[in-house]
Design a protein around this ligand. Structure first.
Ligand SMILES: O=C(O)CCC(=O)C(=O)O
Ligand SMILES: [Fe+2]
Length: 335
C-alpha cells in the first residue's frame, strides 16, 4: 500500500459547452485514459450554483459513522463518515423512506438527479466520440426508460468532531475504486481531502479548485471512471483508486474551526440487464493488443478481465452482475 505523498495533481478541465465536440471528446477520453479523473468546468455545466447549494443544505449526515469500511485490509475501524444513499427515482419519485426533514424536498432531489443524469449522458456521448464509436453506444445502455439502472445519489458528511480519531490509523473514506460507469463528485470550497493513487503508488491530493485564477460559481465537478467502464473498455479507461483523508491539522487545532467535509456523489450505472459486449472501438482493440504483447504486462483490464476476454460464444456479463460482483467483494470482505 502506498505511503508516500505526491504533490497535488493537475487534472484536465473539460468544457461541456465546447462546440467542437470532437475536441472535447478527445480531451475527456485522454483524461479518462491517463488519470481516470477530470474536472468539469462548473460554468459550462447544467447546474446552477443554487441547484448545488440546495442539495448541500439537505446534507447533514444520516447513516451512522463506521457503518462502512471501504478498505478493511488497512483500517480496522469503519470509515469516519456518515451518508445518505438515495436510490434511483421512478418518474421523479423517491422509492424509499426518506428522513422526515427531507420529505418536502422530493422535487429538489428529483431536479438534481435529473441534472446528474443529463450530465452523465453528455459525458458518455463525448467519451463515445473520443472512442470513435456511435454517439449513443453508452447512452442507449444507460437509458432509465429501458429498465432500472441502480444509479444512486449519495450525500456524504465527514465530521471533524471525532475525539477518538487516531491520526495514523483512521481514515475518512478508505482506498477504493467506484463500481459503476462514471461518478460525479461535488465538493465544497475549503473542504479538501480527496486523494488519488498515482501509477507510481503515491497518494496525490486532488484540490477542490485547480490552481488557476478563474472565478467559478461553485467548484468544478469531479468526474471519475468506475470499474464497469474500465471492464467494458478492457482497461483503456482507468478506474482509479481514491480515498478521503482527514486534514493534516485534525482534529486538535480547534482554532481553525470545524474541519468538516461535505460532498455529494452521483453514481451512474448502465441499465442492469445491459450485456457488456465489447465496446466496438479500434482504440480499445489496439490497447488490448498492445497490452497482450507486452512481456512485462502489469495492467489491470478492469475487474473481471475485460469485456473482450470472453470467447464470442460465452455469455456476456451483465451490468447488474458486474455491480453485484464488486459489491460482494467489498461488503462480504468487511463483514
Ligand atoms: O467524498 C469524497 O470526496 C469521495 C467519496 C467517494 O469516493 C465515494 O463515496 O465513493
Ligand atoms: Fe469513490
Amino acid at each position: 500500500m502506498a505511503t508516500n505523498m505526491a504533490s497535488p495533481i493537475r487534472l484536465p478541465m473539460v468544457d461541456l459547452s465546447d462546440p467542437d465536440t470532437a475536441a472535447a471528446g478527445k480531451a475527456l477520453l485522454n483524461a479518462a485514459i491517463e488519470y481516470g479523473f477530470l474536472y468539469i468546468d462548473s460554468r459550462t455545466s447544467k447546474f446552477t450554483e443554487r441547484d448545488v447549494e440546495r442539495v448541500f443544505k439537505m446534507n447533514k449526515g444520516w447513516v451512522g459513522m463506521h457503518v462502512e469500511t471501504l478498505d478493511p485490509e488497512n483500517h480496522e475501524r469503519g470509515d469516519f463518515k456518515e451518508a445518505l444513499n438515495i436510490g434511483e427515482l421512478d418518474d421523479g419519485k423517491v422509492q424509499q423512506a426518506l428522513p422526515p426533514t427531507l420529505l418536502s424536498q422530493e422535487n429538489e432531489i428529483s431536479h438534481f438527479t435529473r441534472l446528474c443524469n443529463e450530465t452523465c449522458a453528455q459525458i458518455l456521448k463525448l467519451l463515445s466520440q473520443g472512442l470513435e464509436i456511435p454517439e449513443n453506444f453508452f447512452t442507449s445502455r444507460h437509458d432509465p426508460s429501458k429498465g432500472s439502472t441502480g444509479n444512486s445519489l449519495r450525500l456524504l458528511y465527514y465530521p471533524s468532531d471525532v475525539s477518538s480519531f487516531r491520526p495514523e490509523k483512521d481514515i475518512r473514506a478508505g482506498a477504493h475504486s467506484d463500481y459503476g460507469s462514471i461518478t460525479l463528485l461535488f465538493q465544497c470550497p475549503g473542504q479538501p481531502g480527496l486523494e488519488i493513487l498515482t501509477p507510481d503508488q503515491t497518494w496525490a491530493p486532488v484540490p477542490v479548485y485547480p490552481g488557476d485564477l478563474v472565478k467559478y460559481p461553485f467548484p468544478p465537478i469531479l468526474v471519475n471512471i468506475g470499474d464497469m467502464l474500465s471492464y467494458w473498455t478492457d482497461g483503456l479507461l482507468k478506474s482509479t483508486v481514491h480515498r478521503v483523508v482527514f486534514p493534516r491539522e485534525m482534529p486538535e487545532s480547534s482554532e481553525l474551526g470545524p474541519r468538516d467535509r461535505y460532498s455529494i456523489a452521483f453514481f451512474c450505472q448502465p441499465v442492469g440487464s445491459t450485456e457488456l459486449v465489447p465496446v466496438p472501438s479500434k482504440l480499445v482493440e489496439n490497447y488490448r493488443e498492445a497490452q497482450n504483447k507486452d512481456p512485462n504486462k502489469s495492467f489491470i483490464v478492469g475487474y473481471g478481465g475485460g469485456a473482450n476476454s470472453l470467447d464470442s460464444d460465452q455469455p456476456r456479463m451483465t451490468a447488474g452482475e458486474h455491480l453485484q460482483s464488486r459489491l460482494n467483494a467489498t461488503y462480504l470482505k468487511s463483514i
